[in-house]
Design a protein around this ligand. Structure first.
Ligand SMILES: Nc1ncnc2c1ncn2[C@@H]1O[C@H](COP(=O)(O)OP(=O)(O)OP(=O)(O)O)[C@@H](O)[C@H]1O
Length: 353
């Protein structure tokens, strides 16, 4: 198998804005003041809801869209200012995969993968061995002479990945590449992308509307809303201490840790008179993520703790957990102090009577 490695390229967005003309006059600001540095060889996820500006952002990296203000650079080259020859060069260095694969139905797997090499004028004798290597890398050697209509969605995306790698790019852009796939196939495609990132060292920038995709593959994440980045950082930091409400709402769908209905129904913002319990979320992170802290807290502080919901997950090799508990409201401050002392994040969700 081909062992050549490419070094990933850095991508920078420097105060990038993009306005589209509106029908009947005026303009729509799709992106405003976007600044982001994507380090070479990392996998960065851009997450946002429909219409947030994700595709526009991604398409600027290979020059399919030009910024109306600011600059996007790939390996130090200004993509928006590139002339035709430079842009061709940049596009060879930036591969892209798509939600609906974009394969040519009249070409076999091998012929689809060969296409970018034919377009870039690679000599025919070099194309065949390169294509065979790529087809093997994505695990489709037994399907190499099939047509797209004879492949599953996951197999089609593997062809898309092999095709995107054909010109030995330094950057791979992924536009919702797993959104059309079932959860199991999504996992295998994400694993393949992770392997490629490790083996070839190329930078991967992916857009998604699913936090689970970010959790499973990205080392860094930027959350985009209405054309602005509202939060960004390492995936672990953003998952364990989300600051923005949009990030928090994306996360609540991925952790699956929600209050049982009968508690949520009774929950109020202020402490009621008489006997009351405080409901809190604890985010377990770092080395203490799996320590029996709750048992210790209950014993040391003499508090009765009710566990309402919880789950432990991993980001890369690092565990983090979410636990929803209730404690006697009189002891809640002490409990939060205990947890914070042990590097756990707490958030008061409300009170029940
Ligand atoms: N060619 C265009 N002309 C006019 N407006 C556009 C154009 N492309 C995108 N927009 C607008 O820019 C905004 C951002 O669109 P974009 O496609 O980047 O969002 P997105 O986050 O990728 O959404 P989705 O997940 O639905 O694809 C939207 O308001 C969209 O209507």
């Amino acid at each position: 198998m081909q062992t050549d490695t490419t070094t990933g390229a850095a991508i920078t967005f420097d105060a990038v804005g993009k306005a589209f003309p509106k029908k009947g006059g005026g303009s729509v600001m799709a992106l405003e003041d976007i600044s982001l540095s994507v380090e070479p060889g990392t996998i960065t996820g851009i997450i946002g809801r429909s219409g947030a500006g994700k595709s526009t952002l991604l398409r600027m990296v290979n020059g399919l869209e030009k910024p109306t203000s600011g600059a996007v650079t790939v390996a130090g080259r200004d993509v928006g200012a590139a002339g035709a020859a430079d842009l061709r060069e940049i596009r060879r260095e930036v591969g892209m995969i798509f939600q609906h694969f974009n394969l040519l139905s009249s070409r076999t797997v091998r012929e689809n993968v060969a296409l970018p090499l034919e377009i870039s004028g690679t000599p025919a004798r070099e194309i065949a061995p390169r294509v065979d290597d790529l087809v093997e890398r994505v695990g489709l050697q037994d399907f190499r002479n099939r047509y797209p209509a004879e492949l599953s969605g996951g197999q089609k995306q593997r062809v898309g990945i092999a095709r995107a790698l054909a010109t030995q790019p330094k950057v791979l852009l992924s536009d919702e590449a797993t959104s059309a796939l079932d959860p199991e196939t999504t996992q295998t495609v994400l694993e393949l992308l992770g392997d490629i990132n490790r083996d070839l060292g190329l930078t991967i920038l992916l857009i998604t509307h699913e936090m689970a995709v970010v959790r499973d593959i990205a080392s860094h994440v930027a959350v985009i809303e209405d054309g602005h980045i509202v939060e960004d950082g390492s995936t672990y930091d953003v998952f364990t201490a989300p600051q923005h409400p949009t990030t928090q709402s994306f996360l609540s769908s991925v952790t699956g840790v929600t209050l049982p209905h009968f508690i949520a129904r009774q929950l109020r913002d202020t402490r009621p008179e008489g006997n009351a319990r405080e409901v809190m979320r604890i985010t377990f992170a770092g080395e203490n993520a799996t320590d029996p802290l709750i048992a210790e807290m209950s014993r040391d502080l003499g508090l009765q703790v009710n566990i309402l919901a919880g789950a432990v997950e991993e980001i890369g090799p690092r565990p983090f957990g979410n636990l929803l508990i209730s404690v006697d409201a009189d002891g809640a401050e002490q409990a939060r102090a205990f947890l914070e002392r042990n590097q756990q994040r707490t958030e008061v969700l409300g009170y029940v009577g």
